[in-house]
Design a protein around this ligand. Sequence first.
Ligand code: C5P
Length: 421
Amino acid sequence: MTNQANDPTSPPAGDLAGKHIVLGLSGGIACYKAAELCRALIKQGATVQVVMTEAAEQFITAVTMQALSGRTVYTSQWDSREDNNMAHINLSREADAILVAPCSADFMAKLLHGRADDLLSLMCLARPIDKVPLLLAPAMNREMWAHPATQRNMVQLDADGATILGVGSGFQACGETGDGRMLEPDELLEDIIAFFAPKVLAGQQVLVTAGPTYEAIDPVRGITNLSSGKMGFAIARAAREAGAQVTLVAGPVSLPTPRGVTRLDVKSAQNMLKASVECAKTASIFIATAAVADWRPASPAAQKIKKDGSGSAPQLSFTENPDILATIAQSARAQRGELFCVGFAAESHDLQANAQAKRVRKGVPLLVGNIGPATFGQDDNALVLVDEQGTADFPRAPKLELARQLIADIARRTRAAKQKP
Ligand code: C5P
């Protein structure tokens, strides 16, 4: 048996394993972030060839980028290291993508006009346009970003087939605050991974509920549960990677919002129902991962409930919460087959039997079972998919990996459902 980790011929594991990326740096203070980005790409299994413009070399040295990428850096179209002296052809032919980060306002203008007076712009022009995608991470001062010339250039570059990864907002090195910062390395990484994912949910609108709910007892206390929201957030990310428009209705959790996902924060089951029913009016897939409280205090106190010194505890009475999944699964759109509903079940035992019974009770075509104590708060999980035909196991793996498998499975099911006469 070969040990993959010790086998130097096997690509390292990671979301970008096997991908070769040309990382182009044009001039801008955000070059310091490109160093971190280079490391992040390599950590995810990519090989990275750095190409720098003369202006980029004013901000960061080729030595730094060589050390981080493990490859000599190219800076000139006259580089004689290439046998045929055609670095622009050789380097662009072997790339899975050219990523320009940072992409300055000047470099955007240059690309727009098809100018090619330095190695990086020459490579962008010389790349086989249908095989080697060009991704741009703009970085500039807010006035430069907002200038009609930059905005016009961006529209044209998009029309010419480049993918513009957007910009961040906030404090800028010049001391001003606004739009135009280069996205952070972890944000760019997430976008690049999503870029390469198969778009099996293109054109679909996906609604995901995630996390626990919080049911108030009084203004400072409430009932909640140990759901971390990690599985639902991973599913939202995987659906976005697959090309869907995703809305994530999240209970109280402190997880970062996956890139490109619209997040609606809610507290109680009633809030979650209202937000979900609204979004379900246009969604084509609904995945209910939230651990919704079954009951809520019937009448939460308007003021903090105080100890009265008698030693007797307050008497709470409860009202059953609405079942969000069952409500939406019974809607006319779901019944007509326009909305594919998927439930989750956290069980402690007899997973398959309990999940199947729950699927039928909720009236959904697919229910995903997991063992509650083995998933709450964990980074990995194991799933059992239960449908009308039977069950399928997804063995223990990181939640994002399982989420991607589940999204691929749901995409197959919704495609098959559409093809049925
Ligand atoms: O009945 P149980 O809570 O085990 O059902 C779990 C499934 O139903 C999950 O998909 C959960 O998100 C959904 N659910 C819901 N609203 C509730 C209770 C559960 O949407 N009130």
